[in-house]
Design a protein around this ligand. Structure first.
Ligand SMILES: NC(=O)c1ccc[n+]([C@@H]2O[C@H](COP(=O)([O-])OP(=O)(O)OC[C@H]3O[C@@H](n4cnc5c(N)ncnc54)[C@H](OP(=O)(O)O)[C@@H]3O)[C@@H](O)[C@H]2O)c1
Length: 314
């Protein structure tokens, strides 16, 4: 194929619902974009996107998806990898590999997928993880502050018998620490791959928090009373601003496509009242020991030999 005809290859998780579906629509509408979405079962995907099977609750499925993407794109490279999918499973739910399900889907599966697809990414590619401001105790109001992680213990997070209401915010902390770890890799630096951790902020009208059996029902329209209340409260605390999936998806697409510049040295992009900002993530998300512990322990959990990866680069 003539280089001028080459398409920009975008691979994405979580493109079937919520803000990810809006991001997919936006990206797929760009001239020359080829969008491949990993999705469960018979999900409909936005017009113009291709779909390959992926269940993030199974590490085998993640490996099959990575192989299928590699086959599907042939000699082409991945220009954009968006790891947006997430779930909030009930306490005690296990993944196919017997890890706590929220940690497994939101963190372990994306950690593995990014490792497997990294060698197929293009020079100057973009790697985006969707995280959440609920990872940061400093920004949460006192009443709900205790849900945010104050310490990181990967083995405890992986243990389904120890699952708690903290599993989701802790998994989102893992997304930022993983983004930071990828950004530090020699391979990523040498190939000028840009890594971003994106917080869409409170986004109403998505399916987050639904059980798997209840996900086929369309998303609910936000209740006008709740919208008005949040509008009022958000005058005092930005965290409660009732964002829309349309704007949150558009901002994700802008970051992924690189149409919004990310300041040098910043990795955390946070949507605040509809505007992209680039603050520091939580103190724990900036902690190098936590980053390195999570990196090593996650590799052991998903069966990646980090020495092999280093040898590949050197
Ligand atoms: N909504 C908010 O207030 C908010 C706030 C901060 C951060 N976020 C983050 O924003 C991102 C998108 O969330 P959303 O609110 O748009 O949620 P959503 O409507 O529930 O969409 C979640 C997406 O993840 C996919 N997914 C979940 N489990 C999966 C699995 N096992 N295998 C494959 N795909 C799976 C879903 O696919 P199916 O169609 O198969 O279910 C769907 O495409 C998440 O990373 C979330 O943590 C959301």
């Amino acid at each position: 194929m003539n280089p001028a005809e080459q398409k920009r290859v975008v691979v994405m998780t979580g493109g079937t619902a919520g803000l990810g579906a809006h991001a997919t629509q936006y990206i797929a509408a760009q001239p020359g974009a080829r969008v491949i979405i990993g999705a469960r079962g018979s999900r409909t995907v936005p017009h113009g996107a291709e779909v390959l099977p992926l269940d993030l609750a199974s590490l085998d499925s993640v490996r099959c998806f990575a192989d299928a993407v590699t086959r599907q794109i042939g000699d082409a490279r991945i220009d954009i990898l968006v790891l947006n999918a997430a779930a909030q499973h009930r306490s005690g739910t296990q993944s196919a590999d017997r890890f706590e399900a929220t940690f497994a889907v939101n963190h372990l599966a994306h950690y593995l997928l990014a490792h497997l697809l990294l060698p197929r990414m293009a020079e100057g590619a973009r790697l985006v993880f969707t995280t959440s401001d609920t990872h940061d105790p400093a920004v949460l109001p006192p009443l709900i502050r205790r849900m945010a992680p104050q310490a990181l213990e990967p083995r405890q997070l992986a243990d389904p018998t120890a699952g708690s209401f903290r599993a989701y915010p802790a998994s989102k902390l893992c997304n930022i620490l993983t983004a930071r770890a990828f950004a530090e890799l020699d391979e990523v630096r040498a190939r000028h791959i840009r890594v971003i951790a994106y917080n869409p902020g409170l986004t109403l009208g998505t399916k987050l928090g639904r059980t798997d059996s209840d996900r086929q029902r369309p998303a609910n329209k936000p209740n006008p009373f709740v919208l008005a209340l949040l509008g009022l409260v958000s005058r005092f605390n930005d965290l409660f601003y009732p964002g829309t999936p349309e704007r949150a998806g558009e901002a994700l697409a802008e970051l992924a496509l690189g149409t919004v510049p990310v300041p040098t040295g910043r990795i955390y992009a946070s949507l605040v009242k509809g505007e992209l900002t680039f603050p520091d993530p939580s103190k724990l998300a900036r902690n190098d020991e936590a980053r390195d512990t999570l990196w090593r322990e996650s590799a052991a959990m998903v069966g990646i030999d980090l020495r092999e990866q280093e040898d590949r680069v050197n």
